[in-house]
Each structure stands twice: as C-alpha cells, then as structure tokens.
Design a protein around this ligand. Structure first.
Ligand SMILES: NC(=O)c1ccc[n+]([C@@H]2O[C@H](COP(=O)([O-])OP(=O)(O)OC[C@H]3O[C@@H](n4cnc5c(N)ncnc54)[C@H](O)[C@@H]3O)[C@@H](O)[C@H]2O)c1
Length: 385
C-alpha cells in the first residue's frame, strides 16, 4: 500500500464505494488506483466493462474488492440497493462528448440531469456521501470574451480565471444547443448544493478541466462506431495514425488547459479519503500551467506522435474546418478555460505535476501501441474492397 495522503492523522478505514460510470475513461483509472494502491472496495456500475476488464480477471490480489454490475442506471431497480450497501457513491456516468451536445441535446440533458437525479435522491434518503462529476464547461464563456478584441482587460486574470465560488456561468442562446450539456450539469450541481443546504447531503462536486491519458474515448471504426466523433485527443490521434491532417475547428483558436489523468486521480483519492476536507466543496481539477490553443495542441501532438512512432512529419499537418461543417448547426464554444486552484490547494494540499509534453508522450505512446496496427489494417482493407 502507498502512504496515505493527509487525513489529518486519522487512519483511513477501507470504504465500500459504489462507482457509477466505472467502465469509462476516468472510472477505469480510478478503479486501478483504488485496487493497486488502497484497501477500498468498488461496486463498479456501467453499461460497458471493457476498460476495466484487466481488473476483473479472477485470481488477482484485489479480486475480492471489485464487483462489476452491468447496469443501465436509466431503468434498473438494482441501483438503489447498491447505493444502500455502500459507504460512498461516486457518479461519473454521463454523455460527455461535444459532438453529441448539439446533435443529441435530449439524450445529453437526460443523461446529465434526469439520470443523475435518482442517484442524488438515494444518497440523501440513505445518508450516503456523494462525489459527483460535473465539468469545467459549467463556466461557459469567460467575461473577457465579451470585451473588445483589443481591450487590455482581456489579459487581466479577473476577466478569465475561473473560480469555483465567484465566477458566473455564461452560456450562449438556447438555439446554440452546445450548451445543453453545461446547462444540465449546472442544474444538477445546483440541486446537489441545495440538497446539502436544505437536507444535509454530504457532497463533493468535481469540475474536471480536460483530463487526458490512455483509454480516453475510442478510435472510430476500431473500438467505437465509424461515424462517431470522439473528444479532441482521440480525434487528433486518429488523424495522426491515418497520416491525415488534423482538423482545426474555427481556426483552433480556443484555449484549453490539459491535465494528465494520473495527476487528477491523485486529487480524487484525496477527496475520497478526506471527507472532512472535501465535503461541501466544489473543486476545479486541472493544470493551469498546461495551457495551449487547440492549434498549438495539434502542432505538439504531431511532433510527439512523429517521435513515438518514428513517422516523418507530414507536409500538411493541419486543415481548417468550420464548426458547422464539423459539429453541425448549434455549435458554440468556450474561449478559454484556466482553473483557479486556490480551493483545492488549500483543502487537499494537491497540485498537478505532469507537463503537457510529458503527458502527451505517455498518451500518444499508448495510442500508437494500442491502435496503430489496427488502423493500418482497416485502411488497407478499405482500399482493397
Ligand atoms: N474527461 C474529462 O476531461 C472530463 C471533463 C469534464 C467532465 N468530465 C465528467 O467526468 C465524468 C466521466 O467522464 P469520462 O471522461 O470518464 O467519460 P466516459 O464517457 O469515458 O465515461 C462515462 C461512463 O459512464 C457510462 N454511462 C453513461 N450512461 C450510463 C448509464 N445510463 N448507465 C450506466 N453507465 C452509464 C458510460 O458507459 C461510460 O463508461 C462525466 O460525468 C463527465 O461529464 C470529464
């Protein structure tokens, strides 16, 4: 076992954790951490279990501490029973891919708000602690984005830094359906906060800022639908493995901060094991030092992929597309997302460590070794048929 973090001198008792959405990207890394480095048990709930299949093989030293329950939480009465038998509930389940927000707004709103409601209700009724995964998208656009392009105030952190307890949530108009996700996440946050204030629910809300690493999303046509569009890391990896230019939406001018999944999981472990410091808090979890425009991200990923694959740098690395062509009508975007880290630093004494270059090298090495061969085969098959 690794040394415990914080907990103010108290021993950490092993917990039974009901983890909903455990089979996804973040869930798979969190399950790994809990199995490899703690004594906690996990009731892993998801529709898919592929990303945690390595943890579910019988005969491993943690096998008695993890159970997989293939459940769709939309309509399964077993959920309440699993919540009742646990000490802590972590809800990660969501539709959370930008390409879905304006093309499947109803599924997005149902998944992120309606389906999360019973989870909150069961936690309140059974007095269980809840760690709920929200998103940095709840901030929407920065205040600075409404200033004239040449305003010096755009460089003042007061106009762009995103603070959990101060920054307003600014979304676009209703016909910009992109905001269906952020708005549903904001409403469930408000409901959870209200349950805390009125009914004493013990909760922590996590706002991830672009966590990336191995097992994020899928590669279309390899381990996911051919015609689906995953998040930016998988989109760009797919282009790189196919030797295609990377598609930059609306000039790739949006600015993002990226954090390595393993750094972020460390923060979540601290929330799990330090309820006195985490309850009632909303935490930004990101790496403010790793900021790039999406265009710079594309350039960096091209360089790093050439290094890890040994491929030559393509003559044309990127191509511009409009958001309407790429995502369809109703798309809109946040301009810039830099997390203020004051609250998480103070409460959990946590800071991210991994640089953008290093996290990209780890991640693209994984993408290359996991997928490059299969992508090549699929491409040669498509040419032959
Ligand atoms: N990865 C990020 O950087 C990021 C950023 C912002 C917010 N988040 C939030 O973190 C959470 C986890 O994100 P992720 O990146 O791991 O996404 P993911 O899509 O990889 O994982 C979500 C998991 O939830 C499961 N799920 C969805 N609906 C379900 C249902 N009805 N019943 C059972 N299982 C269901 C999916 O099968 C999937 O395995 C989400 O709530 C997401 O909104 C993540």
């Amino acid at each position: 076992m690794t040394a415990r973090v914080l907990n103010d001198g108290e021993a950490v008792e092993p917990l039974k954790i009901c983890m909903i959405g455990a089979g996804g990207f973040i869930g798979s890394h969190l399950c790994e951490r809990l199995m490899y480095a703690t004594d906690h048990s996990v009731l892993a709930i998801d529709v898919y279990g592929d990303k945690i299949s390595h943890l579910l093989q019988p005969g491993q030293k943690w096998s008695h501490r993890i159970e997989f329950h293939k459940i769709n939480i939309k309509h399964d009465s077993r959920l309440e029973g699993l919540v009742k038998t646990s000490d802590l509930v972590i809800n990660l389940a969501a539709i959370c891919t930008p390409a879905d927000y304006n093309t499947r707004p109803l599924d997005t709103i149902y998944s992120n708000f309606v389906d999360a409601l019973p989870v909150v209700q069961y936690c309140r009724e059974n007095e269980k602690r809840l760690i709920h995964f929200s998103t940095c998208e709840v901030y929407g656009k920065t205040i600075g984005s409404f200033l004239p392009k040449d305003s010096p105030l755009r460089n003042d952190p007061a106009f762009y830094m995103l603070k959990e307890d101060e920054t307003p949530c600014i979304f676009g108009s209703i016909d910009k359906q992109r905001w269906s996700y952020a708005c549903a996440k904001q409403l469930i946050e408000r409901l959870i906060y209200g349950e805390g204030a009125e009914n004493g629910l013990e909760f922590t809300i996590v706002r991830p800022f672009n966590w990336i690493g191995p097992r994020m999303d899928f590669i279309p046509g390899i381990d996911g639908p051919q015609d689906s569009v995953p998040r930016v890391l998988a989109c760009f990896s797919n282009n790189l493995m196919k030797g295609e230019p990377l598609k930059l939406v609306d000039g790739g001018q949006s600015q993002r901060t990226f954090i390595y999944i393993k750094d972020a999981i460390e923060a979540v472990q601290r929330m799990i094991e330090n309820p006195a410091r985490a309850n009632g808090q909303i935490f930004n979890v990101g790496n403010p030092n790793n900021e790039v425009t999406v265009r710079e991200l594309a350039e960096l990923m091209t360089d790093v992929y050439c290094k890890v694959s040994g491929n030559a740098r393509p003559e044309v690395a990127t191509v511009d597309v409009t958001s309407k062509e790429f995502y369809g009508v109703g798309y809109d975007d946040s301009d810039k997302r830099i997390p203020d880290m004051t609250i998480i630093k103070t409460q959990l004494e946590w800071e991210p460590k991994t640089s953008l270059y290093d996290l990209m090298e780890h991640t693209l090495t994984y993408q290359h070794t996991t997928y490059a061969e299969a992508v090549k085969k699929a491409m040669s098959k498509a040419i032959v048929t």
